[in-house]
Design a protein around this ligand. Sequence first.
Ligand code: ADE
Ligand code: ZN
Ligand code: ZN
Length: 259
Amino acid sequence: MRKFAAILLCGCVSAFGWGGEGHSLVARIAWDELTPAARVRVTEILGSGVTIQSVASWADQVRNQRRETAPWHYVDIPIDQPHLDMARDCDKGDCVIAKIEEFRKQLRDPAVQGVQRREALMFLIHFVGDMHQPLHCSDNKDKGGNDVHVQFSGRPSNLHSVWDSGLLGLMGKEDDLLPVYAHDAAKHEKSWAKGSVSDWAEESHKAAQKITYGRLPKVAAGDQVSIDAKYEKKADPLVKQQIEKAGVRLARVLNEALQ
Ligand code: ADE
Ligand code: ZN
Ligand code: ZN
């Protein structure tokens, strides 16, 4: 029974957004770019000694107990559509775009205090990361790639899981990646910090059209796709850039909300 529960749990993990490493990188890049005032506010909210990277995956840990939060991690923009349509893709405001707007508004409001303030910050840190995973802003009637069976690194997997954590996991250790990512993020900070949350979602969706699905080897329906070196050569730079952009934009959102 216990084993069965563990298998069930494992099956769900694939839909959870960047894995722990991706979310931690986003938070650490953002921390580098926070103003001194925003850093003080963040520390007041989380408590001294609690870092933003240590809470960056909290939203995934509560996702099973707090069922209503499951759709907050993504927005299903159809892969064959050119643009986001909030009425079509974000029914009842239950999507990552609407939730980022909601929680940034709560953080700006000094009347929002205590647990509500802390959770708003933790959700925000997580969701700005999630929306930069291209499959968290796209859907091909396949649950954001969760239903696409692939062969990756000698094992069966699914496309969503490969993008959440598989590719990044083969790109190096977090502590080795961070200095490079933080440096490149700082270099592009000015241009990447621009735009709205919807703009960032459309950019993520476009990347999914061009690379995540666009570069996928064509196979007969139902056959397993192989994620090969040729695919990784296109995918890895996108994973890197999306994590860097997420870090820059998380810093912008927090600097604005917590000045
Ligand atoms: N479930 C349905 N669509 C999804 C998506 N785009 N990402 C993660 N989980 C999903
Ligand atoms: Zn998530
Ligand atoms: Zn995911």
